[in-house]
Design a protein around this ligand. Sequence first.
Ligand SMILES: NC(=O)c1ccc[n+]([C@@H]2O[C@H](COP(=O)([O-])OP(=O)(O)OC[C@H]3O[C@@H](n4cnc5c(N)ncnc54)[C@H](OP(=O)(O)O)[C@@H]3O)[C@@H](O)[C@H]2O)c1
Length: 248
Amino acid sequence: MESLDGKSAIVTGASAGIGAATATQLAKEGANVAVAARREDRLNELKDELEARYDTVIEVVPTDVTDEAAVAALVEATVEQFGGLDVLVNNAGLAQGADVESMTTEEYRTMMSVNCDGMFYATRAAIPHLRESSGALIFLGSFAGKFPRPFNPVYAATKWWTRGFAKSVSAQVGTDMGVTVINPAAVRTEFTVGGDSDFSGAPFEELFEPGEAVEPEEVAESIVFAAKQSPSMVSELDIYDRGKFTGL
Ligand SMILES: NC(=O)c1ccc[n+]([C@@H]2O[C@H](COP(=O)([O-])OP(=O)(O)OC[C@H]3O[C@@H](n4cnc5c(N)ncnc54)[C@H](OP(=O)(O)O)[C@@H]3O)[C@@H](O)[C@H]2O)c1
C-alpha cells in the first residue's frame, strides 16, 4: 500500500458528513486536501481545525459541482497549488423528493445534476492528472445503487448511474489509475431522503442512534484504504450496518 503523506487530494462535498470525515482522514494521513462544496464558512472551519491538528495544507475551494467551469477551476487550482493530483473523491450528492409520480422536475434535475453531472465534470477534469500520478479515482455510490428501491427511485438511479460510470471509466483508463466505488448503507450524516418509508425526511444523524447505522468516519477510513491501493485497486466496497440484511 502507498503512503498518502505529501499526496494531493480533492474531496467534493467536504463541508459535511462523509466528505468532511474523508478530508479529515486524508489530512491525518499527511495528504494535502482541496475541500470543495458550496458552504464556504464550513470549509474554512474545517481548514482551521485540520491545519491545527495535522502537518498538512487544506485548500478551500468553494464549488458548486453542477457548475462545469467551477469544477474545472477546482481541479486546476489544486494541481497548481499542490503540484499535481493523486486522489479525487467524488462525494458531493443529495436526495430530494420521493415517489416518481409526486416528484417535481426541479427535484429530478437537481439530483441528476449534482449526483451525475457533478461526478462527470470532476472526473473529466481530473483524469489527465490522475493518469500522470497513477492516482486514485473514488466515487460514492450507495446501497441504493445496487438494489431496487421503493422510495425515491430517482435518487437510487443516480447511484446506479454512478456505479455504471465508474466501472466503465475504469475500463477506459485501464492500468493508468485505480477506480473505486464505495457503497454505504445508511450513514449518520446530515443526509436526508424522502419517500414513503421509515425514513421520515429527518437527517440520518437524527434518525439513527449510534450503532444503528454506519458512521461517516467508517466510510472515510474505507475511502482512504482504497486511495492507498497501488498497483492494484479496490474496485468496490460495501459498508453496511450489521443488521442490514435482517428482515429482508
Ligand atoms: N448518508 C447516507 O446514508 C449515504 C448512503 C450512501 C451514499 N451516500 C452518499 O454519500 C455522499 C455524501 O453524503 P453525506 O451522507 O455525507 O451527505 P451530507 O452530510 O448531506 O453532505 C452532502 C455534501 O454534499 C455537498 N453538496 C450538495 N450539493 C452540492 C453541490 N451542488 N455542489 C457541491 N457540493 C454539494 C454538501 O455541501 P454544500 O451544501 O456546502 O454544497 C455536503 O458537503 C453522497 O453522494 C450520498 O449520496 C450517503
